[in-house]
Each structure stands twice: as C-alpha cells, then as structure tokens.
Design a protein around this ligand. Structure first.
Ligand code: GLY
Ligand code: MN
Ligand code: MN
Length: 542
C-alpha cells in the first residue's frame, strides 16, 4: 500500500515538474550576494549595521501598479527582488533571538495564497532561505519584536527610502517597516530629506572653500525656504551656521561620523558597485549584446514614414526576443530636431522624416542595464553635413577610448572629449570660440553603468573592471547662431567600455559606429519589411 502511495506521489510530482515552463537559469548565484555582503562587512566600522530597504511600489492607474523595480542595493546584497523587504548586515555576529549566531537578517513579505493567485508567487521565509542563503530570514512583521538592540550600535549605515508613500491597505509595507525601524533604532527627529542634501555635499570636500561655501550655504537657505523643517536637523543646521572653511569642514566631519550615517552608505556602495565581478560582467555583457543587436535591427528597419514609436517597438521587440526583461531607462527615439532634446522620451512623431534619428535605448537583463546610442540617417545615407558632424563625435569617442585605462581621471576624459568637439566645431565655423562648445555639447562624456543606468561609483580615477559609457554628442537645434545647413542635426554616439590595466574593452562592438559600416548595415533587409498591418478605416461616433 505504502509503495503504491509513493508511486502515485512520484507521478504527481513529475507531472508538476513537467508542467513547469522553462525559466531563465542564469540569475546571480547566492554565492555572489554573500560575497558582496562579506565585502561590505570588511568596509564597515566596528559596532555598525548597514540597512537596505526595498523600494516602494508605485501606482500606475487605479488598482494597477508600475512594473516593480527592486532597489539595486538590496538586490546587490541579497538577491531579493520583491517589494517590502529589508536587509540588515551586521559587522559582528549577533545572537539575540536565534540559537545560531548570525550577522545578517532579511525581512521578507509573508506568503499569501490569495494575493499570490493575482500577482504571482512569493518567496516567503522558507523560499528566501533556500534560494538566497541569507543567514536569518524573518517576516517583515517580526521586525517590531526583533530582539537586537539597534539603539546600541555606534553606526547605522543608512540611506532612507526614495518616493516613500504609505500603502494604507497594509500594515507591513515599506512605509511601516521604515517607521518601525526608525523607532527601534532611535532616529528621533532625524530628517531624511536633510540627509539627502548634505550627503551629496560631503562627497566634495572642496565645497568648504571660500570660492564655493557662500554659494552652498545660499543653496541650503533656499531649501529651508521651501521646507523650513530642514533647519531642525542638527547636521543641516551646523552647515548653515558655518562661518568659514574650518567651520564647514567641522560640520562635514560631524556628518561623516554621525551615528545615523548616510555618507558611509554612499561611500561603501559606491566603492563596491563600481568594480564589476565576473558574475556581473556576464549579465552586463548580455544586456549590452542584446542592445547592440537590437540597434542593428533598428538601423535595418527604419524608413522615413515610420513613427518614432514603431522604431522603438522594433528595438524593444529584439530586446525581448533575446531575453531581456525590460529597458533600463526610458527609450529615447528622437528624429530630426527631437534628437536635440537630450532625454526625449515622448517618441511621438508619427513619421521620422528624412533627417537622422537618434536612438538611445538600452536593455535590462536580470537587473543590469546597457546604455547605447546610435544615430543614423533615416534614408540610409549620411548627407555631407550629417557626416561632418558625426565624424567629429566619432573622433571625440576615439580620443577618449585611447586614454581609457586604469589611472585615467574622469576629468581627463571630459576634457579630451570637449577639446575634440570644440576643435571640430571651430573647423566647421559653427563656433568661433572654443569656450562655446557647451552650447552644442552640453552634457558629460562618461558615467558608470551597471544596476543603475547612471550607476554608483566614485568619479575620481578609472580602475580595472569599472564599466563606463563614452558618449560625446553635438546637438544643433533650429535657430542656432550658425549656418542653417547645420540646423536639426543631432548626433550622440554612446558606447559601453570595460576598463583594463593598460587599455579598455569595447563592449558595444556588435553595433556599428563608423558611417560606412552603418550605411552598409542599413542596406540589409529587415524582419519588419514584409509586415503589412493597418487599422480599419475609422468609424465616427457610435
Ligand atoms: N541614457 C541616458 C544616458 O545616456 O545617460
Ligand atoms: Mn549614458
Ligand atoms: Mn544613453
């Protein structure tokens, strides 16, 4: 009888397994996240705890939310991607509340059969223990009674929660978790918004100097006008009261050594996340390859009568076809003068027309995002003027590539790109003074890339296994003070590179950059060429 029962159970179990549809298998392993927690602990001072809250869910419309995007720091250190999570990483082993000592605890959403029926499976404590391998896993509701005395820690390494709002239908959403945590950790009148402001300032010690201090203080006073409560925060008030550089530095020091410490949070997360591990590189390469191949397909597909959104759809279809979950930032598809709007995301032109189109679109793969821009003529051939502008941007990129190696400073990159663009614009008579270069090239050349499109890192000097973008551009809107033949030309070329000791590795090499190579690719047939689909003639009224 027993044997019979066992056979039935085995068959049922196998059927269940067979019924499961295939899923990606290349997620970051638990060992990666554990390694990151260990690396964090190594940076933390004695008697400290680092705190990572999940991002809040955001409403899209009525009872529909936006796609949930995990807080990249929580994901990096735990692998947990559900809402309402909280990770505490302790410097030293703790024993309160557990028979086995632990130096990390993850609070997760509780299982809820009814809600899971609507929105999908939750890991719960058991699933999180098995899948993520964090030392101790508890439900969010257990935080209140959690026996570790958080008030006794010398440093609480903390960053607040962006865009926080209470979900009044729940008493253990992130708003509630944060409030319970603050109460337990003795936050008193601590002000998250004040901290957000001074954390940014402290990263730049030179702001204490006479050249900058009065401007900084004027800026802080302006913020207090908007939100008078800021002045009640003692650290914010210390900055406002600084009379000279020494006073301001003393206020900076107070901020750097505060018990509730946001500067350590940004320092440690910057320092770790800026250097990519082999596991991260695998995912980042995938995101970048997917995006690069999708750019090629967009080049093949474009026709002057196509809409900006149609082109966006072609690109994003290829992302999905190749396994990406989403885009890592709002897709920018700007035809003609729309390309001059740096973060143009409306993509509303119903025909791209006969100018160029600038596509800044990057896929997100398991949390890691690419950031790639290509600019190409919608009719497949660069005009003389388009090519002249394009080649300056290309030359600026090449000049930056040549210095991208360990030890190069970000300021050298910025100066190099701006100098090449300035020289090119002077040569074409578009500007007559190199200082005017910023009229047509208003943004920076490089930023870190990873879990955030503008990823965390220290903007100092390049180190091995950093991944950055190289993205000079020239934008000439109609009405610019130069010959009209240049108007409406907007070019950005954006590539992603990994830094090595002596050189760099171009990660975006699957997407052509040279004008001749782009023109060649654009002659190829596209998978949408034969797609014939249109709406029926519109009916008026009922
Ligand atoms: N896609 C945003 C940027 O290039 O920085
Ligand atoms: Mn970028
Ligand atoms: Mn970009």
């Amino acid at each position: 009888m027993k044997k019979c029962l066992l056979a039935v159970i085995t068959v049922m179990y196998s059927c269940c397994l067979l019924a499961q549809l295939p899923q990606p298998t290349d997620y970051l392993p638990a060992s990666f996240h554990k390694g990151r927690r260990d690396a964090l602990r190594a940076l933390m001072p004695p008697r400290s705890v680092a705190v990572f809250f999940a991002s809040p869910e955001r409403n899209f419309s009525n009872d529909v939310n936006y796609r949930y995007h995990a807080n990249p720091d929580l994901y990096y250190f735990s692998g947990y991607t559900e809402p309402n999570g909280l990770l505490l990483v302790f410097k030293e082993k703790q024993s309160a509340g557990s028979d086995t000592p632990y130096d990390e605890v993850l609070f997760v959403r509780k299982k809820d059969a009814r809600r899971e029926m609507y929105t999908g499976k939750r890991l719960g404590t058991q699933g999180a223990k098995e899948k993520l391998g964090v030392g101790l896993v508890l439900e969010g509701s257990a935080l209140k009674q959690f026996p570790v005395d958080l008030k006794a820690f010398d440093h609480i390494i903390y960053d607040g929660v962006k865009d926080l709002a209470d979900d009044y239908t729940s008493n253990d959403d992130i708003y509630d978790l944060l409030n319970v945590f603050k109460e337990k950790a003795g936050f008193g009148g601590y002000d998250d918004q004040a901290a957000e402001q001074y954390t940014k300032l402290v990263a730049y010690d030179y702001l204490a100097e006479d050249d900058y201090r009065p401007r900084v203080i004027a800026g802080l006073r302006e913020s207090v006008k908007q939100r008078p409560a800021l002045a009640n925060d003692s650290l914010f008030a210390a900055l406002l009261a600084a009379k000279d550089a020494a006073g301001m530095r003393a206020a900076f020091d107070k901020i750097r050594t505060a018990r509730i410490n946001t500067t350590m949070y940004s320092q440690f997360t910057n320092r770790l996340r800026q250097i990519k591990t082999p596991e991260e590189m695998e995912l980042l390469r995938k995101a970048i390859d997917i995006s690069s191949l999708a750019h090629v397909e967009a080049m093949k597909a474009v026709r002057p009568d196509m809409s900006e959104r149609e082109l966006q759809g072609v690109q994003e279809f290829i992302h999905k076809k190749l396994g990406a979950e989403d885009v890592g930032y709002g897709s920018i598809v700007g035809a003609g003068e729309n390309g001059c709007t740096l973060h143009y995301e409306t993509n509303s032109a119903t025909a791209v027309g006969r100018d160029m189109v600038l596509m800044d679109v990057g896929a997100e793969y398991h949390g890691y995002t690419a950031d790639v821009t290509r600019t190409f003529p919608t009719n497949g051939r660069f005009s003389r003027e388009q090519k002249q502008i394009y080649d300056i941007v290309y030359e600026a990129q090449e000049a930056v590539f040549a210095i991208c190696r360990e030890g190069t400073s970000f300021s050298a990159i910025e100066d190099t790109a701006a100098a090449v663009v300035a020289r090119g614009l002077m040569r074409l008579g578009i500007i007559s003074n190199p200082a005017d270069v910023r009229k047509y090239y208003p943004h920076g050349c490089s930023h870190f890339l990873g879990l955030d499109v503008h990823d965390k890192g220290e903007y100092d000097v390049l180190k091995e296994n950093m991944v950055i973008t190289v993205e000079p551009g020239i934008y000439i809107p109609p009405g610019s003070p130069c010959d009209q033949k240049w108007w409406r030309i907007a070019v950005r070329i954006e590539d992603d590179v990994r830094i090595d000791k002596q050189k760099m590795e171009l990660l975006t090499n699957l997407a052509p950059r040279k004008t001749e190579d782009i023109e060649k690719v654009m002659q190829q047939k596209s998978f949408v060429d034969d797609l014939k689909i249109s709406l029926p003639a519109p009916k008026k009224g009922f």
